[in-house]
Design a protein around this ligand. Structure first.
Ligand code: SF4
Ligand code: SF4
Length: 323
C-alpha cells in the first residue's frame, strides 16, 4: 500500500533533502491560476521535494573572483537536471507501485502569465502555475521569510523545490510551527538592486499560517541578477564604465522591460555570452546577495538553521562593492 512514508523513503533515496506532503484542502481560496486542482482536478495530495543548493556555489561570487559556479550548479544543475529527475522518478514510483496518477510539475519562470484563452468553459486559462514556495509551506516544510524567499529549518533560503500532484490520499505533514525569519531585514539592506520593498509589506495566509513579507520589485531584481547595478558586476563595469543606474528609482517590469534591457547589454559583455551559452536563462551575477547569501549568513550566526559547517558562518570578509 502506498503511504507517505514510502514516498518519502523513495525520494530521499533519489537524493532529495526535503520531502513534505499536504492535502489539497490546504489550497482552499488559492487564486485560480495557481491552484493545483486546476492542473489535476482529482488531486488529493501535493508532494514538495527540496534539494539543497551547495553553500560553496556562492563562495566565488562572495569573493568576487568566480561567478559561474552559482548559475551553473545552483541554478541549471538543480533546476534542469537534479530536481526534475528526483521529481520524475518519484512520480514514476507512485504510478508504478500504487496505480494512482502522479503529475510532476516543472519549475516555471517568475511572473509567468496565462497565455491563451481557456480551452473549454469552466477551465482556468493555460498556463496554471502553482507557487512552489507556497506549496512548500502548505506541505509543512517551512515558512516564507521577510524576503519572500521560502525558508526551511534545515537550510534557510538555500534550496530549490519540485512538486508532484497525486490522486492518492496521503497522510499530510503538519504545518511547520517554528520560526526561522526574525525580521532582521538585512536581506532588504543587502539587496544591490533595492528590489525588496520594506515599505510595501504583504501578509499572506497559507492554510491558516500567516506570514508577512516585503513585496519584491521583480524588474529591479532582474536588473540586479544581471549586474546592471554599478556596484555588483565587474563585467558590466568593464563594458560600460560610465553606467550608473539609480536602481531604487527603476520601475522596469521583469521580462518586458528589464529583460529586454539586459539582453541588449549582452553583445558587449563576453563573460555573459559565455555563461549564457552554457546555461541559457540562468545568469545570476548578484549571487542573491541579499535574499540568500546575507540571509543564510545571518541565520547561521543566530543558530536559526540546522545545516552548519565546521568553519562557521558563511561570510568571512566585508561584502565587496564596485562603488
Ligand atoms: S535576512 Fe532572512 S531572517 Fe532576516 S529578515 Fe530577511 S528573510 Fe528574515
Ligand atoms: S536576487 Fe539579488 S537583486 Fe534579486 S532580490 Fe535577491 S539580492 Fe536582490
Amino acid at each position: 500500500m502506498l503511504t507517505s512514508e514510502k514516498i518519502k523513503e523513495f525520494a530521499y533515496a533519489q537524493g532529495a533533502d526535503l520531502v513534505g506532503i499536504g492535502n489539497i484542502e490546504r489550497w482552499e481560496g488559492a487564486p485560480e491560476q495557481m491552484h493545483p486542482a486546476n492542473i489535476f482536478p482529482e488531486a488529493k495530495s501535493v508532494i514538495v521535494i527540496g534539494c539543497r543548493i551547495p553553500r560553496g556555489c556562492y563562495r566565488g561570487i562572495e569573493e568576487g573572483t568566480h561567478f559561474p559556479s552559482y548559475p551553473v550548479f545552483g541554478y541549471k544543475k538543480l533546476n534542469l537536471y537534479i530536481r526534475p529527475l528526483i521529481t520524475y522518478e518519484t512520480a514514476l514510483f507512485i504510478e508504478e507501485t500504487s496505480g494512482y496518477e502522479a503529475v510532476p510539475v516543472p519549475p516555471h519562470p517568475p511572473e509567468s502569465q496565462p497565455s491563451g484563452p481557456p480551452v473549454a468553459p469552466g477551465r482556468a486559462a493555460p498556463e496554471v502555475y502553482p507557487q512552489f514556495r507556497i506549496a512548500a509551506v502548505a506541505c509543512g516544510l517551512g515558512e516564507i521569510g521577510y524576503s519572500k524567499v521560502f525558508l526551511s529549518p534545515q537550510f534557510g533560503p538555500r534550496q530549490r523545490l519540485g512538486m508532484i500532484l497525486t490522486d492518492a490520499k496521503l497522510d499530510p505533514d503538519p504545518l511547520f510551527d517554528g520560526k526561522i525569519c526574525d525580521r532582521c531585514k538585512l536581506c532588504v539592506a543587502s539587496c544591490p538592486a533595492g528590489a525588496l520593498l520594506a515599505d510595501q509589506e504583504i501578509t499572506i495566509n497559507v492554510a491558516g499560517k500567516e506570514m508577512t513579507h516585503a513585496d519584491i520589485h521583480t524588474g529591479r531584481c532582474h536588473l540586479g541578477h544581471w549586474g546592471a547595478t554599478a556596484e555588483n558586476s565587474p563585467f558590466v563595469k568593464e563594458a560600460f564604465p560610465g553606467m550608473n543606474m539609480r536602481m531604487r528609482e527603476q520601475d522596469m517590469a521583469w521580462g518586458a522591460e528589464a529583460g529586454r534591457f539586459v539582453h541588449a547589454l549582452m553583445p558587449y559583455i563576453p563573460f555573459y555570452q559565455m555563461v549564457w551559452k552554457q546555461v541559457p536563462g540562468f545568469l545570476a551575477t548578484c549571487g542573491a546577495r541579499g535574499c540568500i547569501r546575507t540571509c543564510m549568513d545571518h541565520l547561521e550566526r543566530e543558530g536559526r538553521v540546522q545545516n552548519s559547517f565546521n568553519t562557521g558562518p558563511f561570510r568571512r570578509r566585508k561584502v565587496w562593492s564596485l562603488v
